[in-house]
Design a binder for this molecule. Structure first.
Ligand code: GAR
Length: 230
């Protein structure tokens, strides 16, 4: 019997690449066609190369002299991505503000991970801001990308407790551990064709062979850290 072709994904990174690593190590049911970075020195590129994954650099600094650097960079990036004809674009620590044209081009097929429980704390320094506000719960979010920064239909979230003695480092490490659970799960759901965007919400379709309980659980879509006693 012929098997369905595996969908392919392109992962965009800017730095460390630990989420990329988590996705690769989860053996997702899709082919990672390429990893593209806007920074030539991104550590994640070395990891990808070591795993035989095609890498490319589209260096944003090379577009500084263009009449509209952001649009010129996004156009070059779009070209680099589209040669691989991905079914999904995965932003994994890709630290660029994207133009509306770029976002619209990948509508419904580009996801991002953000280190906060959106819509709280879009933007930078999320852990420091959570500590400054004295919140008791923090976490991370995977969402479809829209043209508003760090917003869009939420696929899945994970919550972690904030401890009284937390520093930015300890809190970010606790959140990152959850990011590494969440992102592979979201990529897998997409690759299995189980994510349906319904207005501002995302539904997770049950796996074809799942029980009613498993189907209901998939739609809770909040993974609570094991240490969290609510
Ligand atoms: C992650 O914490 C990710 O959530 C964050 O950058 C880090 C990248 O780490 N992304 C954003 O803040 C996007 N707004 P990684 O390179 O080790 O995956």
């Amino acid at each position: 019997m012929a098997t369905a072709p595996r969908p392919s994904i392109v992962v965009l990174i800017s730095g460390r690449g630990s989420n990329l690593r988590a996705i690769v190590e989860s053996a997702p049911p899709c082919r990672i066609a390429a990893v593209i970075s806007n920074r030539p020195a991104a550590d994640g590129l070395a990891f990808a190369r070591a795993h035989g994954i095609t890498t490319e650099v589209v260096d944003h600094t090379a577009f500084a002299g263009a009449a509209d650097p952001r649009t010129a960079f996004d156009a070059a990036l779009m070209q680099a991505i589209d040669q691989h004809r991905p079914g999904l674009v995965v932003l994994a620590g890709f630290m660029r503000i994207l133009t509306a044209g770029f976002v619209d081009h990948y509508a419904g097929r580009m996801i991002n991970i953000h280190p906060s429980l959106l819509p709280a704390y879009p933007g930078l320094h999320t852990h420091r801001r959570a500590l400054d506000d004295g919140v008791r719960l923090h976490g991370c979010t995977v969402h479809f990308v829209t043209s508003t920064l760090d917003s869009g239909p939420i696929v899945v979230q994970a919550a972690v407790p904030v401890h009284a003695d937390d520093s930015e480092d300890t809190l970010s490490a606790r959140v990152l551990e959850q990011e590494h659970r969440l992102y592979p799960q979201a990529v897998r759901w997409f690759a299995e064709g189980r994510l349906v965007i319904d207005g501002t919400r995302v539904r997770v379709l049950p796996a074809p062979d799942s029980s009613a309980a498993a189907a209901a659980a998939a739609n809770h879509r909040v993974l609570v850290a094991p240490a969290l006693d609510l």
